[in-house]
Design a protein around this ligand. Structure first.
Ligand SMILES: O=C(O)CCC(=O)C(=O)O
Ligand SMILES: [Fe+2]
Length: 534
């Protein structure tokens, strides 16, 4: 509830700001502005940018080929996300690649990794090219990890407490030390130069476990949202903070816009000076435009990443152009203190966004562990084979029923909502999903056993009321979420999808399917329990 109130407050604040702005726009800077670098250095220093020529050519080739392979195999999908109770397709199409069994949740959507080749895991890919694509991305992942470590060392951002109170002299000394260390390649840097704590924090904040790939061809889009605060033009991804990340972890983004070799018209545009005339290619045909720095802002043909300081209208925004093969890093708490967006250019573009997903509740290992914990409360009579619960204690019932909700709504429904999309790349998730469903079925039986027991009135009245009240809360939440997921699966947007991408409302059953111990719709069960406590 508190969180919802906070969200509402934010919405109101945003609405008020947009109303105040009216037709006016806040200022922002691009490299064409004289103060661009000054602004970057002072207000956006944790944004690190590297030009494509700093990346090994063979890595570029491998990675760019992998993007094209994944596109050829139709592995990118627009997500049907849910924001403030409404269903939307993301303009960009995505695929998550990463550690086997890892997931990443954003905008109420849990994405499941297409596993990259990992020692100790047997992964079948639908084609050898998809295997190669995933392998290229893990190479990019390793490369960006090293680059992030170097960038953090360079900025002396090893430990959060240092950022506030380290004097400039300390910083400079530290920087000098880190430069010296880079020269001495033969030394074991981890043991000789970086203290153990720093090393751990450095590693845990740069060891990317997933990359979320984005793809969009602006020419295929009927409509793109306009950036509302600064007038930065077409947006592919609106202003946001990245969710579900380990605190202060770095995000690394490799950008590949499929620009053709630079045309003379674009060349003129790029080397323009204020007030000059230029021809630009707009949707394939040259258009004459007068270039005025103040009026024009960023080049609409080029993809940019936009940044702004969160809840601040004093600091100008920043639009950084991204050419083919450039990459950028969002270091430390930049993702929290600032918001970013992606501004569309004219050509199709891929990006690979490497993240340290907070998967404390987001791995298969975790959810299997939870299920096993829940099932410990179920026992089978060795003679009759009859099932019963070991404990009826409120805390135990509560825990089991909450795990039931977790596996049903965070895993099974999330997965099947995304239809058969994962089968484009691999069948890796089918087996664990079947196993989770088996566990979940047993939990349906456990719920029905609780119901059975509380009707028997064997506990004291007080105990029984406590158990029922708590049980009711979890069941009410289950009913609410089942309704929400049923609605999500039947939304107009969901119905518009082709057969192989259509959301499946699974598990689902009707009352005549007597192999299920409880109905899908829990309304009557809940009403019955309410009567019992009254
Ligand atoms: O494509 C990019 O440059 C960044 C995309 C992004 O912000 C995201 O996927 O969260
Ligand atoms: Fe992002």
């Amino acid at each position: 509830m508190k969180r919802r109130a906070g969200e509402r407050e934010k919405e109101l604040k945003k609405k008020k700001l947009l109303e105040e702005l009216g037709e006016g726009r806040l200022p922002y800077m691009t490299p064409a502005d004289a103060d661009f670098h000054q602004l970057w250095k002072t207000k956006y220093s944790k944004l690190v940018f590297r030009k494509s020529d700093t990346v090994p050519e063979e890595l570029h080739q491998m990675v760019q080929e992998s993007f094209l392979t994944l596109r050829k195999h139709d592995c990118f999908f627009q997500d049907l996300v849910r924001i403030k109770g409404k269903d939307f397709f993301t303009p960009v199409s995505r695929i998550l690649i990463g550690n086997p069994g890892c997931t990443y949740k954003y905008l109420n959507t849990r994405l499941f990794t297409v596993p990259w080749p990992t020692e100790g895991y047997e992964i079948k890919y639908c084609s050898p090219q998809i295997h190669d694509a995933c392998k290229a991305l893990i190479k990019l992942n390793d490369y960006l990890h090293v680059e992030a470590v170097k960038a953090l060392q360079g900025q002396n951002l090893l430990e959060s407490k240092e950022t506030e109170d380290t004097s400039v002299i300390d910083r400079e000394q530290n920087f000098a030390t880190s430069l010296r260390e880079k020269g001495s390649v033969s030394q074991d840097q981890s043991s000789c130069c970086v203290p153990e704590d720093d090393f751990t924090s450095l590693n845990s904040r740069t060891s990317y476990n997933v990359t979320l790939l984005n793809y969009m061809d602006p020419l295929q889009m009927l409509y793109l949202k306009q950036e509302p605060y600064f007038g930065m033009g077409n947006m592919a991804v609106s202003w946001h903070h990245d969710e579900n990340l380990v605190e202060r972890s770095t995000v690394a983004v490799y950008s590949y816009s499929c620009e053709e070799a630079e045309s003379p018209a674009l060349h003129i545009w790029n080397s323009r000076s204020p007030g000059s005339q230029a021809f630009v290619l707009h949707r394939g045909s040259p258009v004459e435009e007068t270039y005025d720095q103040k009026l024009e802002g960023r080049d609409p043909a080029v993809w940019h990443v936009g940044l702004k300081v969160a809840w601040d209208i004093e600091t100008p925004g920043l639009a950084v152009p991204l050419r083919q093969g450039d990459f950028y890093l969002m270091l430390d708490d930049l993702n929290t203190t600032h918001q970013h967006c992606v501004l569309a250019g004219f050509s199709p573009r891929f990006s690979s966004t490497h993240r340290v997903a907070d998967c404390s509740r987001g791995t298969l290992e975790y959810i299997f562990g939870q299920c096993e914990l829940a099932l410990q409360n179920l026992q089978t009579d060795s003679n009759s084979r009859a099932l019963s619960l070991k404990s009826l204690e409120t805390a135990v019932v509560k825990q089991v029923e909450e795990i039931h909700n977790e596996v049903e709504f965070e895993w099974l429904r999330q997965f099947w909502f995304q239809g058969k999309r994962y089968l484009k790349c691999t069948d890796w998730w089918l087996k664990p999903m079947a196993k989770l469903e088996e566990y979940w079925r047993k939990m349906e039986t456990m719920t029905s056993l609780v119901l059975h027991e509380v009707r028997k009135k064997e506990q004291t009245e007080e105990q029984r009321n406590e158990t029922i009240s708590c049980f009711l809360l979890v069941l009410t939440e289950r009913q609410r979420l089942r309704k929400e997921w049923t609605a999500r699966c039947q939304s107009e947007a969901a119905e518009s999808l082709p057969e192989d991408q259509k959301p499946e409302c699974h598990p689902f059953w009707t009352n005549d399917e007597c192999n299920m111990p409880l109905p899908y719709d829990l309304e009557e069960v809940i009403a019955h329990l309410q009567n019992l406590v009254q």
